[in-house]
Design a protein around this ligand. Structure first.
Ligand code: GDP
Ligand code: MG
Length: 446
């Protein structure tokens, strides 16, 4: 997500972290790097200029409480937070959520993603489709809802063709549901007809949330749309989609920051779970390569028992631990995504997808192999020599190559866990207290 901007910012942070002292020259270089990165991300020039001035002034004039390098990084962090705007949190209580936005912005996908989000939080969502103009839109949403077991209502459910009547009937039908999500029809541009229809639905249904969906690739243009929709129906939160597919997301975020509205979520992929709450502090931490401890905890808590999470991140690491951990990680979702959230600052491990594809089948095989080992071998895999290897392979009905695969995997994970828990990543991480903390400590941070 925003790979280019993020890697430029990380490089800038690295330069600061490596420099012997912070002087005018270092700060100028930082400001230049920053300008280049932000302009490429489509952040408005005048905004970039203002930010440059503030970074320059603060870095040279403000008295450093931390060491000078950390001080500059802190300033960078704070100033970036300012231009990326505020996050909005949708309350977890029964409510109606109306979704608006132009065609193709990702509205319909976001309806399903949002339903999934509330579902994970323990609320009961239901979805109503008010797009009567494109039958395909209704079918798409029905399909998405079926995938996550969320009830769905549209024109076919009530035999009506008037948008207002459909929505009213849907809201009534789903009276017992906590969250009623209403997908509306979009247009290709801000036409008055669409705005009029949205106004009518809004005044009739009075949805507590009016969520605008914006495609990140519109960059700076995000502010024009945000203002227009806000004038029409009052926007309570924004979802910026397709942050995974464009370099302009920084521009979209900063443009929204200049309006009355705040960003509630960002869409990071096409799958139903690819929706993240937008919280500027963790977003900026991640962009700067300082790790995203908060997101990691959230994922762990959503999907895991506490002891699983412990196992997943623990330092001491036997083959038994590996097994527990593989199960835990499998529950947490795509490993690569997870690793990107960790405060590693770059591990000496190739994050090749295939290396982390631990399928159910492989997991079963690993278990069988481990069952053929002695307790001693599981605790101290180093003692497994050629003859033990053959014995284990025969005992488990596998091959020595497969046993070796497990051992190799174990060594790789062990190396990674060590690096995680000791914080000895290849690249120095500028904020020492954020380095690879065990889960228990991380929880205290919240
Ligand atoms: P709508 O016309 O506003 O309802 O837009 P849709 O929900 O139909 O989305 C349009 C296209 O964008 C679809 O192909 C979606 O899969 C895709 N899409 C939506 N959100 C995201 C996202 O966050 N990331 C990516 N990569 N694609 C997305
Ligand atoms: Mg749609």
């Amino acid at each position: 997500m925003l790979d280019k901007l993020s890697s430029s910012l990380k490089d800038a942070v690295k330069k600061i972290a490596m420099s012997k002292r912070i002087d005018r020259h270092t700060v100028e270089e930082l400001v230049r790097d920053l300008q280049r990165a932000l302009i490429q991300a489509d952040v408005r020039i005048s905004m970039v200029k203002e930010l440059s001035t503030r970074v320059r002034e603060r870095a040279l004039k403000e008295k450093a409480v931390l060491n000078p390098r950390e001080h500059v990084i802190k300033i960078l962090y704070e100033e970036l937070m300012k231009i990326l705007g505020r996050g909005v949190e949708l309350p977890l209580r029964p409510q109606k959520v109306m979704m608006v936005g132009l065609h193709g912005s990702g509205k319909t996908s976001s309806c399903a993603k949002l339903a999934r989000y509330f579902q994970k939080k323990g609320l009961k969502p239901a979805v109503i489709c008010a797009d009567i103009y494109r039958p395909a839109a209704s079918a798409q949403l029905r399909q998405l809802c079926a995938e996550i077991n969320v009830p769905f209502f549209d024109t076919a459910s009530c035999g009506r063709t008037d948008v207002l009547e459909i929505v009213k009937a849907g809201v009534e039908e789903f009276e017992r549901y906590d969250i009623k999500i209403i997908d509306t029809a979009g247009r290709h541009a801000l036409e008055s007809e669409m705005i009029e229809e949205l106004r009518r639905i809004e005044s009739e249904i009075k949805p507590e949330q009016r969520i605008l969906v914006l495609d990140a690739s519109i960059g700076q243009q995000a502010s024009v749309q945000a203002k227009a929709f806000d004038d029409a129906i009052g926007i309570t939160g924004i979802i910026i989609t397709k942050m995974d597919g464009t370099a302009k997301g920084g521009g979209a975020l900063s443009a929204v920051a200049e309006t009355n509205s705040g960003v509630a979520f960002i869409g990071t992929g096409e799958k139903i779970d690819d929706l993240e709450r937008f919280e500027p502090d963790r977003f900026v931490s991640r962009m700067l390569g300082m790790g995203d401890i908060k997101s990691l905890i959230e994922i762990a808590e959503e999907n895991l028992e506490p002891e699983d999470a412990e196992a997943a991140l623990k330092g001491k690491f036997t083959l038994n631990d590996l097994y527990k951990q593989l199960e835990a990680l499998r529950k947490m979702g795509p490993f690569k995504k997870l690793v990107q959230m960790l405060p590693l600052g770059g591990l000496d491990i190739d994050l090749d997808d295939s290396a982390y594809q631990v399928t159910e089948e492989k997991l079963r095989k690993f278990r069988v192999i481990m069952d053929s080992m002695t307790e001693e071998e599981r605790n101290e895999p180093k003692i497994i020599d050629g003859s033990r290897l053959r014995r284990i392979a025969i005992g488990s009905g596998t091959s020595t190559a497969e046993v070796n695969e497990l051992l190799k995997y174990h060594r790789m994970m062990q190396k990674m866990m060590k690096s995680l828990t000791s914080g000895r990543g290849r690249v120095p991480i500028p904020i020492p207290k954020m380095r690879g903390m065990p889960v228990k400590m991380m929880k205290k941070l919240k």
